[in-house]
Write a protein that binds this ligand. Sequence first.
Ligand code: TGC
Ligand code: FAD
Length: 392
Amino acid sequence: MSKNQFKGCDYYNIDELLSDEQKMVRDAARQWVSKEVSPIIEDHCQKAIFPKHLLKGLGEIGAFGPYIPQEYGGAGLDHISYGLIMQELERGDSGIRSTASVQSSLVMYPIFSYGSEEQKRKYLPKLATGEMMGCFGLTEPDHGSNPSAMVTNIKDKGDHYLLNGAKMWISNAPFADIAVVWAKNEEGRIKGILVERGMKGFSTPETHGKWSLRASATGELVFDNVKVPKENLLPNKDGLGAPLGCLDSARYGIAWGAIGAAMDCYDSALRYSLERQQFEKPIASFQLQQKKLAEMITEITKAQLLCWRLGSLKNQGKATSAQISMAKRNNVNMALEIAREARQIHGAMGITGEYPIMRHMMNLESVITYEGTHDIHLLITGNDITGIPSFK
Ligand code: TGC
Ligand code: FAD
């Protein structure tokens, strides 16, 4: 079976809700993924190699900072366009979407929203083209769901800060040129600081042995008395709300991205079930297989509508963090369930790299954990509707 037969799903004519620009951006990303990602991704995943040669193309299709204004090198697009790009990238592979999510929402967004004018001019244009790559360090070995307890810290030494601590599970860390790092100052206030590769005492060991997101490079950030110039501090926001604000943007992109992975699994399962014959009939003719396929397209359609509405609210500046959590949680879980069902429809073939299913399924096991776990997003909804936080 060719890997490039993908057709998008549009059961409810959602394309009619999209502008010409949004459809153009989506189609360009779709074509790029079919041409550049689909043919090579399985091999890179099997070998656990990040396809670094794709960075230039990601920059060219506007995947780095799609909603950052053009004067800073971004594409100046709206949030639905951003979502559609993430959807198409994750149709290719969650690891590729991850790289773009981190660069856009966790590196460019905080520099754009919390940075000085000099920081914006220095970093954003190069980040937009992929000439410079970034990563985002919030999670620590002992502080994942509860980042407020982080121990990484900065001390004011007059003309510089001294940074100590460690971050873990950091996407893009092994090759990033800069890291947006969240650390506590002497008063215990969380600050964002830009750490550059090459600073003495800063290292980024790679995390090996992952069964998930194998084509994404993950690593640690280790800070051993790193001297960071004062001008590298993000001056315009601090407190836990600063990193969590970045997560809102990334979680929003993931809600769309998960639809891409689900569409790829559905597309492959539908085609396979129509071609594969057992008991002298296509397996698609059996009610049990039709139930799986019908439920898949129903869930994908619901997820698309959720994201389209969320994107419209985001474009109006009205999307809440809790609404974003609901969409991230629902859509990633939806995609994971679809990947599992699609794997069964493909029978034994479903475990091979001949089809994208098992790769999506394994990737989604990370996606359901990072950017806030499935449980944490449920608790965010619980907090929002009851007014009672139950995290602690
Ligand atoms: P809490 O007391 O609720 O809030 C502290 C302050 O933050 C504000 N806030 C937010 N601001 C913006 N956006 C949000 N989503 C926000 N949620 C809360 C809040 O208003 C408050 O502000 P202020 O001014 O009153 O101080 O905080 P808490 O300590 O009780 O924690 C709440 C909880 C558990 C929901 C939060 O810590 C959380 O979301 N934990 C999950 C951690 C997480 O998602 N980590 C992700 C790391 S990055 C990553 O995974 C990248 S993967 C990238 C890829 O490869 O794609
Ligand atoms: P824990 O917080 O230890 O949670 C373990 C389990 O306990 C989960 O099921 C969780 O839901 C549950 N739990 C925790 N607290 C509660 C509670 N209050 N109530 C109920 N249940 C609870 N982080 C970054 O900062 N930057 C990155 O670029 C990044 N990239 C990542 C890439 C990958 C491939 C992965 C796997 C992770 C990445 N992360 C990154 C880290 C990710 O955000 C964390 O793994 C995630 O936030 C969960 O933290 P944890 O793994 O420490 O799990």
